[in-house]
Every structure is written in C-alpha cells, then in structure tokens.
Design a protein around this ligand. Structure first.
Ligand SMILES: Cc1cc2nc3c(=O)[nH]c(=O)nc-3n(C[C@H](O)[C@H](O)[C@H](O)COP(=O)(O)OP(=O)(O)OC[C@H]3O[C@@H](n4cnc5c(N)ncnc54)[C@H](O)[C@@H]3O)c2cc1C
Ligand code: SF4
Length: 389
C-alpha cells in the first residue's frame, strides 16, 4: 500500500513512526532539510509569521516543522476532551512519555532567575509545578535558545522519529480523488506541478495549511481556529541573565504564567536582554478564527482579552515582588494553532476514502497548554485506525 504523508512535523512524524515497516511511505515536506541544525542553519530562519488581523501566528516551515523550535514542553492536554468524543489517547500519551523520556525540569537545571520566580510564586500560593519536557537534561546546556533550534541536540524534535524518505521543498496543493477515493496528491517543486500517486494520504501540514489543502480538495474545513494567545510581560533587573536560562521551567495548574525571555522586550524597555526578566502569560482562547481563501483571520474576543489582562496583572505583581522595575508587554502572538478540522464524535476518517488528517487541526478545543503531546497521541491514533483498514 502506497502512503503519502504531507508534512514532517509533530503529527506527520508520529504517523510515519507508527506505520513504518507496514506501508510504503513517502513524506512530502514543503520546507528545506536542516543540515544537522548547525549554527548557520537554525530552524529559526524558516519561521513563517502570519499577520492574522489581531495577532501574529508563528510556525516553522522546514523538516521537522515547529517541533524544531519548540521549548520542549511535553504536557498532557485535552485527554478528557478527546475521550468524551470517543477517542481515548491515554495509552498513546503513556507510550510517548516513556519512549521520548519525558521528565519534569530538575531544580538544578533551572536557572537562578527561574528558581527565584519558582520560590516566590510558591510562597504566594500560585502552586508552580516543574514543566515536563522532552529534553535530555544531561546534555542541556541551559543556553536558553530552544526557540531558535537546539544546538546540543538535548531537546527532541520530530526529525529523530522520521529516519526514512522525506522529500523536501515539495508543497502539496491538493488531494486527488476519484469516485470518493484517494488517488494521490498534486503539488509544486520549484514552481513545477508534480503528481504523486498514492492509495492513502495523511495530511499533517499543520492547522493552517491542512485546511487549505482540504478546501482545495473539496472538503469543508478551516473554521474554529484557536491559537492559545500569549504575551510576555517583562521589566528591568540589571544583570539578571534570564536570556541564558532554560525557558518555561515551570507552569501553573491550568494556567500559563511561566519564565520567558523575549527579544521583543528589548526595544520597549531599551535594555539588553540580559537585564530583563519576563513571564509568559498564555491563555485558552475562544475558537473564533478561520482559514479561508488563503487568508488566516483571528481576532481576540472580549473574553480572551479579559483573560489575558488578568494574567498580565498577575505577572506584573509577581515581577514587582521580585524587585523588577518598569514592566512592558509584548505584542500578542500564537504558536498553538489548531481546531481547523476538529475531532468529531470518534471519527478519524474523512469523507474521502483513504484520506486522513493527523495534526493540530484535529484538536477539539484550545488546550491553553502546550499541545504537542496531544497532537502526537492523536496522530498515532489515526495511524492505528489506518492499520485497521
Ligand atoms: C516557537 C514555538 C515553540 C513551541 N513550543 C512548544 C512546546 O514547547 N510544547 C508544545 O507542546 N508545543 C509547542 N509549540 C507548538 C507545537 O510546535 C505545535 O503545536 C506542533 O508542532 C503542531 O504539530 P503539527 O503536526 O500540526 O504541525 P508542525 O509540527 O508544524 O508540522 C507541519 C509540517 O507541515 C509542513 N507543511 C506545511 N504546509 C505544507 C504543504 N502544503 N506541503 C507539504 N508540507 C507542508 C511544514 O513545513 C511542517 O513541517 C511551539 C510552537 C512554536 C512555533
Ligand atoms: S536550553 Fe539550549 S541546550 Fe537546553 S534544550 Fe534549550 S536549546 Fe537545547
């Protein structure tokens, strides 16, 4: 059976891993390969930044997709929500935690500022919890550069799970079907139209590109987009050095208020990054956004704005307690885009036989927490469904 997987990020890599040896698989990836993630070829070069109206959405278009710029956070999210829709991902999450060596950040791997923030928030009753990560802490240098690409190779990214054939610089435009059955995909390489025949196609191009491919293939998709919007609140503490610490060393239960150094604060505070201490505020947003006619639209609702404002107030109070002065807030961004082909009551198929979706598009609602583990667990579930025939 010939299977094409579109996209080599979190979802695509897991389908590849689960089907390996049982299918003749070709992975088609729009972005370039990364040459071992050396200092001159960091995935941060391949960020696609989308102005969605009210906020920016960021993702990496390269082999490994956004997993190559992730902060390594590996939390369990949306387990109950998926179960209530008839899809139990608990076993897949247990499996992934084990094989990817997920473990909470040890205190000794937290930098000095992270530790001070942790203690302060513990004393103030926030109940911080060390963040579970897929990072090998024996190799992590605490350089703080996860979002640019991990040079030490301490942090997992999906290239490790791919191993096999990945065709780079191949942008899939649509799925070809006949009589309701998949026949292959059509895409572009260097502006040339190319068709790849297949018996099965799995779309794992991410929550913004998968719905565009579905729409071009005659399948309705693209509504109910969420992004988990976030800002970083930061102020001045001379010589803090938070920019050289492992980011997001802890989280709170059900709410993201986590140590984060943001380059966007430098201009606002007119200080070098080493003198700035920041906290990320991230919320679960209403899924009111869409991908339509090649355009992404996402504006914040009044509820979203209120939740963000509450988080900003809490962050400012914590930073003030720590002696951080003159706080500023970054623009709103989102990196957890999902929900554009949401899971529907236990269905892991699409209306075209042999066509599947296995990426963040499937997430049923905004997690308000790092979604990668849920995306990967769902993708493995889709692969199981494919093997059942
Ligand atoms: C800076 C940053 C930090 C993050 N940190 C974390 C974290 O710590 N923990 C966490 O849980 N989540 C994190 N996320 C979110 C996480 O990376 C995503 O939720 C996850 O990667 C989504 O998986 P996916 O398979 O949907 O998309 P991706 O992993 O992005 O994969 C999509 C792939 O499809 C390719 N593609 C796109 N269009 C096409 C096309 N037309 N044809 C062929 N290929 C195509 C892309 O190049 C990409 O390789 C972070 C995201 C960013 C941007
Ligand atoms: S802090 Fe540096 S070494 Fe550690 S996981 Fe992040 S990028 Fe890799």
């Amino acid at each position: 059976m010939k299977t094409v997987i579109v996209g080599s990020g979190a979802g695509g890599s897991m389908v590849f891993d689960a089907l390996s040896g049982r299918r003749d698989i070709t992975v088609l990836e729009a972005g370039p390969p990364l040459k071992g993630c050396g200092a001159t070829d960091l995935p941060a070069k391949y960020y696609e930044i989308i102005d969605a109206g009210g906020l920016e959405i960021w993702q990496a278009i390269c082999q490994g997709g956004s997993t190559t710029v992730s902060l390594g956070n590996a939390v369990r999210a949306l387990e109950e929500e998926c179960r209530s829709l008839g899809v139990d991902i608990t076993g897949e999450m247990d499996f992934l935690e084990e094989v990817l060596g997920v473990s909470p950040v040890p205190v000794e791997a937290m930098g000095g500022i992270t530790r001070r923030l942790y203690e302060l928030m513990e004393d103030s009753g926030y109940g911080p919890v060390p963040m579970p990560k897929f990072i090998d802490f024996t190799r992590c240098t605490g350089c703080g550069r996860c979002a640019f690409g991990c040079l030490s190779g301490a942090r997992w990214d999906s290239r490790r799970s791919l191993g096999g054939r990945v065709v780079h610089d191949f942008r899939v435009a649509r799925v070809i079907s006949e009589g309701g059955e998949v026949r292959g995909v059509e895409g572009f390489v260097d502006g040339r139209r190319v068709v790849v025949e297949a018996d099965e196609v799995v779309l794992s191009a991410g929550a913004l590109h998968t719905p565009a491919i579905l729409q071009a293939s005659g399948v309705d998709a693209g509504g109910s987009l969420f992004v988990d919007p976030f800002v970083t609140v930061g102020g001045v503490l001379e010589g803090a050095g938070q920019d050289r610490e492992l980011p997001m060393g802890f989280e709170l239960d059900g709410f993201i208020l986590s140590p984060h150094s943001s380059v966007f604060l430098q201009g606002k505070l007119e200080k070098p990054l080493r003198d700035i201490v920041g906290l990320m505020v991230k919320i679960r947003d209403d899924n009111q956004g869409e991908v339509r006619d090649g355009k992404v639209t996402k504006t914040l609702t009044e509820g979203d704005r209120e939740r963000l404002a509450r988080g900003v107030r809490a962050a400012r109070a914590v930073l003030a307690d720590m002696g951080v002065e003159g706080t500023a807030v970054t623009q709103v961004r989102g990196v957890h885009q999902g929900g554009t082909y949401p899971l529907r009551s236990g269905e892991l198929d699409t209306e075209i036989e042999g066509l599947y979706v296995a990426d963040a598009s499937l997430l049923p609602e905004a997690p308000g927490r790092p979604p990668m583990l849920a995306v990967m667990a769902l993708a493995r579930k889709v692969a199981k469904r494919m093997l059942e025939g």
